[in-house]
Design a protein around this ligand. Structure first.
Ligand SMILES: [Zn+2]
Length: 305
């Protein structure tokens, strides 16, 4: 019998489940609203989604491989979640609690790792050894997959380069915007969506959204073009930093910013001066699975149980 992989994406507003066959074919997808500020109700909702999926697919209860993607990360030292924007999850041993309800082992990792796993398994980073997958949205996070496995180090922070400083800053970029983490000039403060918005506001006095800035640049608005050019150059520096350290085969972008098509042409060129090599063969590509990567990556994670 084909092994079914179940992936659960536990988000702040919705919980989604997908069932994948071993070749990545989607067999089922369901979503429910996330119970707000109620940990026990959240556990119950996740458990019910898994049991219902097994029933619907006519597989024996407990025979599926289950992966769960969460916000934040699980401390290896304590087994408890931390850094979740859904704060009722923080301090909770979610893997143990779900395993107790399900009666079998599951895999849990954070949503950036799920994104990276999804794209490395059957997405934009398929078939290569090392994938760096960055989500550029409201915040900036990333996951690293090497030979099909998401790196999960002792601190559970592999890929968290968003809170490194923007590399090779110019005088006008120091100390940089204050970040929620308490430092100034973090990569996240420059290359997140709000980072682009803030830079445009700071330079021009105009409060535009990222979509307005991108369409302004396409329509030959000089100020929008300049903001987008600064953004691309900073993103290139931030990614060159990753190439010098990790030398990935592919860098996959996700999040709202990843929809800006010109990034994939301009950023690789702008990376060259900062990469310690006479040429740069790293491919910079857009994700294939979009918003589905979180839940699909969780399913691929489950396959590793
Ligand atoms: Zn920071």
């Amino acid at each position: 019998m084909t092994q079914i992989r179940l992936g659960v994406d536990l988000g702040g507003t919705k919980i989604e489940i997908v069932a994948l066959a071993s070749d990545g074919t989607e067999l089922l997808r369901r979503r429910v609203p996330t119970p707000q500020n109620d940990y026990d109700a959240t556990l119950a909702a996740v458990t019910l989604l898994i049991l219902d999926a097994e029933r619907e697919l006519c597989v024996p209860v407990g025979s599926s491989r289950v992966g769960v993607g969460t916000p934040g990360s699980i401390s290896r030292a304590t087994g408890r979640l931390r850094g979740c924007n859904s704060v009722c999850l923080n301090g909770r041993p979610i893997r143990e609690d779900l395993e107790e309800r399900l009666g079998h082992s599951i895999r849990v990792t954070n949503d950036a790792n799920c994104f990276a796993l999804s794209e490395a398994s059957d997405g934009a980073g398929q078939g290569v050894a090392v994938v760096f997958a960055a989500i550029l949205g409201t915040g900036v996070g990333a996951g690293i997959v090497v030979n099909g496995l998401a790196l999960d180090g002792p601190n559970a922070i592999a890929g968290e380069w968003g809170h490194n400083p923007l590399p090779w800053p110019g005088d006008d970029e120091r100390p940089g915007p204050v970040c929620f983490c308490g430092r100034a000039g973090c990569i996240e403060t420059w290359v997140s969506g709000p980072g682009m918005v803030r830079d445009h506001l700071h330079t021009t006095g105009d409060a535009l959204t990222t979509v307005e800035i991108v369409s302004g640049a396409a329509g030959a608005d000089a100020a929008c073009e300049a903001t987008l050019a600064r953004y691309e150059e900073r993103l290139a520096r931030a990614l060159a930093h990753v190439v010098n350290l990790l030398d990935p085969d592919v860098i996959v972008l996700g999040g709202g910013i990843s929809n800006i098509a010109r990034l994939y042409v301009n950023a690789p060129e702008l990376m060259r001066p900062w990469v310690f090599s006479d040429r740069v063969d790293t491919r910079l590509v857009k994700n294939v699975h979009g918003d589905s990567s979180g839940v699909r990556g969780a399913a691929w994670l489950g396959g590793l149980v």
